[in-house]
Design a protein around this ligand. Sequence first.
Ligand code: FBP
Length: 257
Amino acid sequence: MSFERFMERGRSMIIAYDHGIEHGPTDFNDRSADPQYIMDIAEGGHFNGIALQKGIAEKYYDGRIPLILKLNGKTEMVKGDPISRQNCSVEYALSLKAKAVGYTIYPGSTYESLMLRTFGRIQEEARKYDLAVVAWIYPRGEAVKDDRTKEVIAYAARIGLELGADAVKIKYTGNPETFSWAVRVAGKAKVFMSGGPKAPTDEAFLKQVEGVLQAGGTGIAVGRNVWQHSEPLKMAKALRSLIIERRGLADVLEQLK
Ligand code: FBP
């Protein structure tokens, strides 16, 4: 199966850097504004994949890490129920040497049907080229009162399975007990935690990752908690120890000191 390229010993850690469109440069400092800085972290930190928009991939991607090319994106400037429309084709992703395509769906938005329809089409196109399909699934919009409950996150995970995603990137519910239901209903779709804003401490972030793994999740697909870190390679090493090498959290925290 095409997603195997992103897996290592049954787990995976992916670095995301599409924030320049989703949030704008407000997420960056002088170092992280440079896409080359993130490419070097991805390689030096031995990530299993990197998620980029096409403009960054065209100018900076050098093939060192398997690429997930995002096919849609939106800015934060427009308020109201979100819609993220396709801005890149599956064929173009292939020409940029992507090994997977990524697509964000906002279930609960008034516009969800448009995103579901487009996802259906790109999923079928991706299959023709043996490209894996990763779904960012973030329940959002007027109808979604709380986007982190057990049921809402599990719903997000299941939508990915139903639509034919190889992997789903979802928010963490906050504890392994509730997150394990999302993993359960995702079936054979791999479940990745989306990181969120940088956690106050390394321990707080690694505890979330530990919870995802305890729940049976495959790993993480995160950005800010890595490249906003003062020492990203140190954080990457800790993540590798926890996720891929399956070392205990106490051990990993000791190593981080
Ligand atoms: P983080 O780990 O930095 O949260 O990145 C994960 C991600 O899904 C990015 O790929 C994306 O740019 C961002 O979060 C979108 O975040 P949101 O829509 O929740 O503000």
